[in-house]
Design a protein around this ligand. Structure first.
Ligand code: GLU
Ligand code: MG
Length: 434
């Protein structure tokens, strides 16, 4: 008797679907994590949020919680922020639909470890000096949908092969209510850079997160990846996240004075002096991975000193050029670029720490170094950056004791987790995630 044939699966019609919305946090690891809910419940979810627990913030970039002071107890809320809403369609495929949000205690007060709250508090501290900050993130990444070819550096040939990605990215960013500024082939193999327009600080950090996710989401739909990890191989080309900053007061732009040293107005010079003074500690937030420090090495157009340079792309703080002649537009365009950052950083922690350091400079009326003065070396490893953070009494006031010690333990656990891996393996581990 012939064997009974197994039923042959019948191709069925497309299953019915119901739209979901993802409520997310860009956490300490700089990873966007959260939960989805049916779009039909949007109104009630905006009001009541989604559950979260204290130890969630301790999820390493690799996934597992490597250490936590919080244990298994406790409940928190992620409250989606309608101002950080993304709904980007990609033709026939599923849309990218998510909200970024705040982590709150169940009484609705900010949780002390919430990255967005860290930035909000920094913004409030700066406002007490009568100033507010505008920022633009310029992000470099490797797109895998193109072969590396010799001579592609800045080349029209590289751009031409990837123009489809670039144009789809511009459209997606605009749908996400960001303001695309430029897209270019960069120095490294398959490396590109995308810049968006300046925004007030909180919006700028949201936009940096959204841009990374849109680029990754678009690449995913094309069967490829957009990799923002700081180095794909230990001796390769770095992917930097450069943070352009300018300050304004009630009267308008306040950063520029063409007659002042570096063109930086005396009123805001202490802000940038504060960043330089606290730079070793700042690196623990802005270059917060083991792999970050393969990038911060000589001859890579990335900084190695805590220095300020006039139009110098090797400096930690670079006074960017102004392409304007009329005095008013020069005042508006003038900005200072911070280059000790990469995409393993949470944009909220990075920008928040920069602002806190700037405020510390304003509080202490710090002066900028004289042009040509010798500057300290940057930390050479994440461990050194964490030591600097622990030793910086001012930096330790930027956060509650609980948050600061948990963050330092979180990052030390990441170092220990990679202790037995070679630099090449470490680059791969981060490239898998970012
Ligand atoms: N790729 C360099 C970095 O890692 C920057 C190159 C540039 O100046 O755009 O920061
Ligand atoms: Mg660049």
């Amino acid at each position: 008797m012939p064997a009974i044939a197994a039923p042959v699966p019948q191709p069925s019609a497309e299953p019915r679907t119901e739209p979901l919305v993802f409520a997310a946090v860009c956490d300490w690891a700089g990873v966007v994590r959260g939960k989805a809910f049916p779009e039909a419940d949007l109104e009630s979810r905006l009001a009541k949020g989604m559950g979260y627990t204290h130890s969630n913030i301790m999820m390493s970039c690799f996934g597992p919680i490597l250490t936590t002071p919080f244990g298994t107890g406790g409940d928190l809320i992620v409250r989606p922020d309608p101002a950080a809403h993304v709904d980007v369609g990609f033709g026939a495929g599923p849309a990218e639909r998510f909200y970024l949000g705040d982590i709150q205690n169940i009484d609705g007060s900010p949780w002390e470890c919430c990255p967005r709250d860290f930035l909000r508090r920094a913004i409030a501290a700066l406002a007490r000096h009568g100033l507010h900050l505008t920022a633009a993130f310029e992000q470099e990444f490797v797109y895998t949908g193109i072969d590396a070819r010799p001579g592609d550096t800045y080349a029209l040939a590289a751009y031409r092969r990837q123009r489809g990605f670039g144009e789809a990215l511009m459209a997606a960013l605009r749908q996400a209510n960001l303001r695309p500024d430029s897209f270019m082939p960069e120095y490294g193999p398959r490396q590109f850079e995308v810049t968006i327009g300046p925004e007030p600080a909180l919006r700028a950090a949201d936009a940096a997160v959204i841009l990374r996710e849109i680029a990754r989401g678009l690449a995913f739909r094309l069967g490829h990846r957009a990799i923002f990890a700081p180095m794909l191989e230990p001796d390769g080309t770095g992917n930097g996240t450069h943070i352009h900053m300018s300050l304004a007061d009630a009267a308008g732009p306040a950063t520029h004075d063409p007659a002042a040293p570096y063109g930086i107005a005396a009123r805001v010079a202490p802000f940038f002096a504060g960043i330089l003074a606290h730079l070793p500690a700042l690196a623990a937030f802005t270059a917060p991975s083991v792999g970050s420090y393969y990038r911060l090495t000589p001859n890579r157009w990335a900084p190695v000193h805590a220095n300020l340079g006039l139009q110098d792309r090797g400096a930690a703080l670079r006074v960017a050029p102004v392409f304007a002649t009329a005095r008013e537009s020069a005042a508006r365009q003038f900005n200072v670029e911070y280059r000790v950052a990469d995409a393993t950083a949470s944009p909220y922690l990075a920008l928040g720490a920069l602002i806190f350091a700037g405020v510390a400079g304003l509080d202490a009326s710090l002066a900028l170094p004289a042009p040509g003065a010798r500057a300290a070396l940057l930390p050479r490893t994440l461990a050194e950056a964490l030591d600097a953070l622990e030793a910086d009494k001012v930096a330790k006031t930027w956060w509650s004791e609980t948050a600061m010690s948990a963050y330092i333990a979180f990052k030390r656990a990441e170092i220990a987790h990679l202790a037995r891996e070679s630099p090449a393996e470490i680059c791969n581990r981060y490239a898998d995630i970012y």
